[in-house]
Write a protein that binds this ligand. Structure first.
Ligand SMILES: C[S@@+](CC[C@H](N)C(=O)[O-])C[C@H]1O[C@@H](n2cnc3c(N)ncnc32)[C@H](O)[C@@H]1O
Length: 269
């Protein structure tokens, strides 16, 4: 069996264990629809999975973890909450929420990223419920409708071919009154900071990324997709158009990142 085959089998086994390790019921038979997966994005994350975490820390000077904590703060008290983290990658958001007492299922379509997430669970304190990591597509999350209190996505929705479809899917899995939270990069406003950041983002970051990851494409893909991303207010409008209520956003670190939130209509917050 090839190494990739082994990884895929492991990911399939992880999907099967979702019911056993969480209160959430996966849709039986809802295997990820391979046909919808943008193969290039997935193979790019497979190639950089091993350097993804250290490069995140290096290129953001450690601020990325502060942004994930801001995501947690916006979710409120998550003790006992059922959380789905879409595009979970190496599991950083899932671990932050698990430490705060949530029961988390992380979903990603790159088995190599999930393997790192799986390994990182050992860093959790004994009292924290270990997250379950499942192989799946953000456009077809392997959990039942309205089975979660919160659905998050951090730096992932930008990579999904149909971002509105991803928002609809996140809303589908959240119960009425529950929250949808999106953390994403933006381009900082203002001519000075904007120009400075653009230089860092388009020149320095791809260079360092290429050097460390030895992947020419991955770290130029990042600025390209961020620059093509809608403004915070335009993305908020998209969340509202997809039926989410009480939507808002907050710029983080002078607008390098943005935290978006919304609720599924009806029910208690
Ligand atoms: C930039 S990483 C973000 C990982 C993590 N959320 C974090 O905070 O570091 C983007 C992740 O999204 C995943 N991804 C992209 N498109 C996806 C899709 N349609 N379904 C599931 N995962 C997807 C990739 O495999 C990758 O692991």
């Amino acid at each position: 069996m090839t190494q990739l085959g082994t990884v895929r089998d492991a990911a399939r086994a992880m999907t099967r264990t979702v019911t056993e390790s969480t209160g959430m019921a996966p849709c039986l038979g809802a295997a990820p629809r391979v046909i919808d997966e943008p193969a290039q994005v997935r193979s790019m994350f497979a190639r950089i999975a091993g350097v993804y975490d250290p490069l995140n820390r290096l290129l953001s000077l450690g601020i990325d973890q502060r942004w994930r904590r801001a995501l947690l703060e916006r979710a409120g008290d998550v003790r006992g909450a059922r959380v789905i983290d879409a595009c979970c990658g190496t599991g950083d958001v899932a671990l932050v929420f698990a430490r705060a007492g949530a029961s988390v299922v992380g979903v990603d379509f790159t088995p190599e990223m999930l393997q790192h997430a799986q390994r990182k669970k050992v860093s959790l304190p004994a009292h924290a419920a270990k997250p379950a990591f499942a192989h799946g597509d953000a456009l077809r999350l392997p959990v039942l409708a309205a089975s979660a209190d919160v659905c998050t996505v951090a730096f992932g929705i930008r990579n999904v071919a149909d971002r509105r479809g991803a928002l609809r899917e996140m809303a589908r899995v959240v119960r009425p009154g529950g929250r949808v939270l999106v953390l994403e990069f933006t381009m900082p406003p203002g001519p000075m900071l904007g120009a400075l950041y653009r230089f860092y983002f388009t020149r320095v970051l791809p260079g360092v990324g290429r050097l460390v990851s030895r992947d020419a494409e991955a770290y130029s893909y990042l600025p390209r997709t961020v620059m093509a991303w809608p403004s915070p207010s335009a993305f908020q409008s998209e969340m509202e158009q997809e039926g989410l209520v009480d939507c808002g956003h907050r710029l983080l670190t002078r607008g390098i990142a943005c935290l978006h939130w919304g609720r599924v209509a009806g029910g208690a917050p």
